[in-house]
Design a protein around this ligand. Structure first.
Ligand SMILES: Cc1ncc(COP(=O)(O)O)c(C=O)c1O
Length: 395
């Protein structure tokens, strides 16, 4: 596999941070509780395969993804651990899921009926029943739906109910009222399923927020937790950031280099629309990352770090480049930190999220695949992934 890259912009992924975040969580949850590492959306932008391997080597037993293609990609890259697809897949693909032993999320009797009729062999299809306890997204919502689903599942012995789960809408918030409502509803739904004669071996509901909060308070999170954002070193919400039970280690930093440095005269225009004019004679640097890399135009006017100093992005961010105002001349090739530490300064995904009025999840996910990921383990570079080059080579 081609692993080099040919641009001056990259994301460093610290797999030691992921390893520590997993190991610390494993220490916190009861021994009999399994940890499912959530690696959907290319591991929240960090690299699904590398994060999956790291998580599994440090105590995770399961993996979760959002879409079937992500699960297949992990299998095709040699991952043998159990994988759950958290969103519904097409019923006609149930046979392929069985072939690769990929567990599926179900909640509609119609889906079961279509999957039953779809072409497949004798291999079992492993199912996790989703319960909508108040997220309002997917899942059975009442006992009639539970009954109809279980009845349909019972028509084909190749369907194996392996799990039962729900997802919380407000676990990261200080106010616990709605969380408690959802939790209580989940307990009722578990009873419905048990009463229908189904006893799924794996029951799970805890996302990062619930799992960080509750084991210490004795809240029972059943026998598996789904660990996403905190595994990447980020707090599930700003409300939780100062109350974490152990320090989370941020895994992703984003870097580039100055590819042009020039002194411009007072009044010089910078960028599309000529929206910025130099106030006096100014040093301007050009950085080769733009909105096509996920460095959104809305970040125009925010800071990057160069030589330990905050430098303002001036003018509009272009598709592949932006310009920033420098306090003085810097040599060409000087490193620019977009996320991470540089000298005594730091730019965090949380800070960027605040600027963009979003959440840290969206910041790491928005870093486009054409930004190469460089992986670090035991303090050493272990590999690079450049999806642009790989896809070109496969044509
Ligand atoms: C169903 C489900 N479980 C678990 C997670 C992981 O959540 P978090 O990243 O907050 O830990 C997600 C993420 O959105 C999810 O959709």
């Amino acid at each position: 596999m081609e692993t080099s890259f040919y641009r001056e912009t990259w994301a460093d992924i610290n797999l030691d941070a992921v390893a520590d975040n997993v190991a610390d969580m494993k220490k916190r949850i009861p021994e009999e509780t399994a940890l499912m590492a959530v690696v959907k959306a290319n591991g929240y932008g960090h690299g699904a395969l590398q994060v999956a391997r790291t998580a599994l080597a440090n105590g995770a037993e399961w993996l979760a993804v959002a879409i079937f293609d992500e699960a297949l990609a992990l299998r095709k890259n040699g991952i043998e651990a159990p994988i759950l697809v958290l969103s519904p897949i097409r019923p006609e693909d149930a046979g392929l899921a069985a072939k690769y032993h990929i567990s599926l999320t179900v909640f509609q009797k119609e889906w079961i009926s279509m999957a039953r009729k779809a072409d497949r062999n004798e291999e079992p299809v492993f199912l996790h029943i989703a319960c909508d306890t108040g997220m309002g997204r997917i899942g059975i919502r009442n006992d009639k739906e539970a009954e109809a689903l279980v009845e349909e599942i019972g028509k084909d012995r190749r369907f194996v109910v392996e799990g039962l789960f729900t997802h919380f809408a407000t676990a990261d918030q200080d106010d616990e009222a709605y969380f408690n409502e959802q939790y209580n509803r989940f307990e009722t739904m578990i009873d419905w399923i048990h009463d229908l004669g189904i006893h799924p071996p794996v029951i799970h509901c805890g996302n990062s927020a619930a799992t960080l909060k509750y084991p210490a308070e004795g809240r029972h999170l059943f026998n598996m937790v789904r660990y996403g954002i905190a595994m990447y070193g980020l707090s599930p919400s700003t409300e939780m950031a100062n109350k974490l039970p152990f320090p989370l280690k941020r895994a992703l930093s984003l870097h580039s280099r100055l590819v042009n440095v020039k002194k411009v005269e007072a009044g010089s225009a910078i960028g599309y629309g000529a929206t910025y004019r130099a106030e006096s004679e100014e040093w301007i640097g050009t950085v080769p990352i733009g909105y096509a890399d996920g460095w959104l135009r809305a970040l125009s006017g925010s800071d990057v770090l160069i030589g330990g100093e905050r430098c303002r992005i001036v003018g509009r961010i272009c598709m592949d480049q932006f310009m920033c105002r420098l306090p003085h001349e810097f040599p060409l090739g000087t490193e620019v930190t977009l996320i991470g530490k540089n000298g005594g300064e730091e730019i965090t995904a949380d800070g960027l999220a605040q600027k963009l009025q979003t959440i840290n999840y969206e910041i790491t996910c928005m870093i486009h695949p054409r930004v190469p990921r460089v992986f670090w383990k035991d303090g050493k570079k272990t590999g690079t992934v450049n999806p642009v080059l790989i896809s070109n080579m496969q044509q």
